[in-house]
Design a protein around this ligand. Structure first.
Ligand code: PRP
Length: 209
């Protein structure tokens, strides 16, 4: 079996921090990822290729072995559930928190709380552990709008600087988990391409330190 490895990277915000980290590990794409429309990239290392996809798709590609490794936020990993993959390294990039947020001055309803989020699994688990009954409203972005227009009582979203909440009159309430990007590995690849995968994980681990 070929020992060439594919790493799935997430488009968007974390890519800017991922590329310098990979460069420190000696992996540099031959094209400019942020300006190209391509999805598959060769690197200076003929045994390492990159694919560039939506962040929430990274765990799925790695789960099914379409990519051997991936770099994804703990938010999308927790939402995915982690089936078929191992979380190997905390890359300590793109740190933020998963939080509930709402209006500080508005008392929460005694009836079932309406929670809007892009993260239904994380939200369901959090409120289940607390024994609180909630109605989940799944959104795909701009969660901050939901309490403002009365679609939900609170939201569950990522908070980094807190500026987005503040700009919409919302306050962070409870922290659900600390988030940062993680290096993940397909379970079968770790067995079948053990040496190559371990060597690459070590290179990236060293680049983090
Ligand atoms: C995230 C998140 C918040 C914002 C928080 O969105 O959903 O809206 O960043 O950052 P802040 O606390 O520094 O204001 P992002 O810009 O990643 O886009 P998204 O809506 O696609 O998730």
């Amino acid at each position: 079996m070929s020992s060439a490895l594919t790493i799935a990277l997430a488009k968007g915000r974390i890519l800017d921090e991922t590329l310098p980290l990979l460069a420190r590990a000696g992996i540099e794409p031959l094209d400019d990822l942020s300006s190209s429309r391509k999805l598959v990239f060769s690197t200076n290392d003929p045994n390492i290729n990159l694919v560039l996809i939506r962040s929430s798709d990274v765990p799925t590609y790695v789960q099914y072995g379409a990519a051997d490794l991936g770099i994804a936020g703990k938010d999308v990993l927790a939402e995915h559930g982690g089936e078929g993959l191992y979380e190997r390294v905390d890359l300590k990039i793109a740190p933020c928190k998963m939080m509930t947020a709402g209006f500080a001055e508005r008392p929460l309803p005694r009836t079932r709380l309406k929670v809007a989020t892009k993260y239904p699994e994380i939200t369901r688990r959090f409120f289940l552990e607390q024994g609180r009954q909630v109605e989940l409203i799944k959104l795909y972005g701009s969660m901050e709008l939901a309490p403002v227009v009365g679609l939900a009582d609170i939201i569950v979203d990522l908070v980094q600087t807190g500026n987005t909440l503040k700009a919409n009159g919302l306050t962070p309430l409870e922290t659900i988990m600390d988030i940062s990007s993680r290096l993940i590995v397909n379970r079968a690849a770790l067995k079948m391409k053990n040496n190559a995968v371990r060597a690459l994980v070590e290179r990236i681990e060293t680049a983090v330190e």
